[in-house]
Ligand binder design. Structure first.
Ligand code: PLP
Length: 392
């Protein structure tokens, strides 16, 4: 029978029924090692006891009220996130794109309040910020944008890791109000910003009164070995956006603000029906607690080193392997050719991975992954990559 779903995905022919830790089972009973975590979402793995309890207990109490009332758990999650991020206030929504929409709107309002009518935001090549019209316009993928023109104006794109380009963009355009960037680009192919470059961005934003807005939708919530990627560079952003791992799979987004970005939104400036409801906030609080209680940030750093080290031992010097890189459990293996086919081969070998930017094998395992499981990722992946590169 023809599917009634819109044809927006080239789906792999597998459907999972249940999981445990880093393992998933499909409808036929086959077992898979999940090295993708639903694209950086299921940081606690599958069927995490504390998370399941928090969601079940909250579902039995109340699932939704409305943002026209106080939502106690939303305030608690806001407090918890501000405590670990050093930010001042939080707005909760439902996805990464919505979190970035909030950030872009905040930047524009900040600009208007400061006398800039045509507020512009500097964004990066290869950036990924979402698929709504504003975030798609901020995204640096022509492939994703094609056909959806006219895109939104108000974005100035510069090469990543290029300080001079940012300075020049600011010199050429007096309407700049903010820089929006990922400290570790995920969809763009696992590119890590130099810490010096991130510190330069902080400095130029301070000098020129711009907002430094960091998209931590993929890199945040412990994945890089710290709560947030920007903490590796020792900077303090004005705006941080989050989603994916924040509530371990219950849909959530968050836009955090501090300093001159705090207090920009007032009643009526922004809002959402579902955002920050009791159920998702219970999941978010349980996620943050588990990350702390189970030392998952330290684990992400250790297991990331183990996997990258293992892949280097197995693949470095192999013809066709360009680079093995990343931070914590955000790992990329760049090949010299398109390698989307590896996703299917890995699936057949019981391993869930992803390929991004055509040529980069991406691993985003749950933060709970253990050493044996991390070694198993390498043991399953390395021969597949080698065989793929050897084929004529
Ligand atoms: N920002 C980054 C860095 C992302 O990686 C993504 C999704 O991959 C998004 C934003 C968009 O998030 P969502 O798909 O939840 O809208």
């Amino acid at each position: 029978m023809a599917s009634h779903l819109m044809n927006t995905y080239n789906r792999l022919p597998v459907s999972f029924t249940h999981g445990e830790g880093v393992w998933l089972w499909d409808e036929a009973g086959n077992k898979y090692l999940d090295a993708l975590a639903g694209i950086a979402v299921s940081g606690l793995g599958h069927n995490h006891a504390g998370l399941v309890r928090a969601i079940s207990e909250q579902a039995a109490r109340v699932i939704h009220t409305s943002n026209i009332y106080e939502v106690r758990l939303q305030s608690e999650l806001g407090d918890a996130l501000c405590a670990v991020s050093g930010m001042d206030e939080a707005f909760f929504c439902n996805s990464g794109a919505e979190a970035n929409e909030a950030a872009i709107k905040l930047a524009r309002l900040y600009g208007h309040r400061n006398g800039v009518d045509n507020a512009a935001v500097i964004v990066m090549e290869k950036a990924w910020h979402g698929r709504t019209l504003a975030t798609l316009s901020a995204t640096g993928s022509r492939k994703a944008q094609a056909g959806f023109e006219p895109l939104m104006s108000g974005f100035i794109r510069v090469p990543y890791n290029d300080a001079a380009a940012v300075r020049q963009a600011g010199d050429n355009n007096r309407s700049v109000v903010a820089v929006l960037m990922e400290v570790l680009q995920g969809e763009g192919g696992i590119h890590v910003a130099d810490a010096e470059y991130v510190r330069f961005l902080r400095q130029i934003c301070d000098e020129r009164g711009w907002l430094l807005m960091i998209d931590e939708v993929q890199s945040g919530i412990g994945r890089t070995g710290k709560w947030f990627g920007y903490q590796h560079a020792g900077v303090h952003p004005d705006v941080v956006t989050l989603a994916k791992g924040l509530a371990s799979g219950v849909p959530i987004g968050a836009c955090l603000a501090s300093g001159k970005a705090a207090g920009v939104f007032g009643p009526g400036n922004h809002g959402t029906t579902f955002g920050g409801g009791p159920l998702v906030c219970a999941a978010g609080l349980a996620t943050l607690k588990a990350i702390e209680d189970e030392r998952l940030m330290a684990n992400a750093a250790e297991m990331g080193n183990l996997i990258r080290g293992g892949l280097r031992d197995e693949l470095e010097g192999v013809k066709g392997v360009v680079d093995i890189r990343g931070m914590g459990l955000m790992i990329g293996v760049e090949l010299d050719r398109p390698c989307g086919d590896l996703v299917k081969r890995a699936l057949a070998a019981g391993l869930l991975i992803n390929v991004t930017s055509d040529k980069v094998v991406r691993l985003l395992p749950p933060l709970v992954i253990g050493a044996d499981e991390a070694r198993e990722v390498v043991r399953r992946l390395a021969p597949l990559v080698r065989a793929f590169l050897q084929q004529p």
